[in-house]
Write a protein that binds this ligand. Structure first.
Ligand code: PGA
Length: 250
């Protein structure tokens, strides 16, 4: 049995360090037992790591990384930097990075290998867009993303990866996938893992759902057999909503 995980993706929020510290301090004071991973903007990472104060249940991650380890790449942030300020996770392949910043499956694959090589854990996002969904291509798109993003990964790598199924049309839109749709895709992902790796990888993989998760619909997702938690964007910035989400995750 896999323990439920909640990932909070702050995206490019909040605007100031003061607000970020206020938010993390409020989260630290909430009563919850299951693991929470906070994906915070780069400048706030050391402060957030300090604020969680070796919490046994909260971990910190970055929302992206660059594909090179050091050098003349003005504005880029490397994995060793991310690691050295206290992150244990790196998100790769978020649809906003794919759509706005041009990350392809090949780029994501390169990042994923560097993340794992640096002994960090990777949260890999996959999911179809609206058009693909309307054309009934959701499983096909997810399969291709899994094939290309996990290319070259060995079975031993898979325990350091979390997969987040995030239909692009559900992110930030208020239009969450139904728990039944999410469950169906999660099962499809497990089947792909069984065929391409092993039954044990398939059973043990943490697969999260993300896309307009909130305090009202969280239970319907985590009650499903193949959903091991959620990736929450907007609702993770509102402490009232996020506290209700965390109190549902038991
Ligand atoms: P949302 O974002 O919860 O605001 O839809 C999810 C995400 O960051 O992928």
């Amino acid at each position: 049995m896999i323990n439920l995980i909640t990932v909070a993706n702050w995206k490019m929020n909040p605007s100031t360090l003061e607000e970020a510290i206020e938010l993390v301090d409020s989260i630290v004071n909430l009563p919850f037992k299951n693991k929470v991973i906070l994906l915070v903007p780069y400048p706030f990472i050391p402060y957030v790591c300090q604020a969680i104060n070796n919490s046994p249940v909260i971990e910190v991650g970055s929302q992206d990384c660059y594909t090179e380890l050091s050098g003349a790449y003005t504005g880029a942030i490397s994995i060793p930097m991310i690691k050295s300020v206290g992150c244990s996770y790196v998100l790769a392949g978020h649809s906003e990075r794919r759509r706005i910043f041009g990350d392809t499956n090949n780029i994501i694959n390169k990042k994923l290998h560097l993340i794992l090589k640096s002994s960090l854990k990777c949260i890999l996002c996959i999911g179809e867009n609206k058009l693909e969904y309307n054309q009934g291509l959701n499983k096909k798109v997810c399969t291709q993303q899994l094939e290309e993003c996990l290319n070259g990964c060995y079975e031993s790598d898979l325990s350091n990866i979390i997969i987040a199924y995030e239909p692009v049309w559900a992110i930030g839109t208020g239009l969450n996938a139904t728990p039944e749709i999410a469950e169906e895709i999660h099962l499809h992902i497990r089947e792909w893992l069984r065929i391409n790796y092993s039954l044990s990888v398939s059973k043990n993989m943490v697969i999260l759902y993300g896309g307009s998760v909130n305090q009202n619909n969280i239970s319907s997702f985590i009650n499903k057999n193949n959903i091991n938690g959620t990736l929450v964007g907007g609702a993770s910035l509102d402490i009232n909503k996020f506290s209700k989400i965390l109190s549902s995750v038991i």
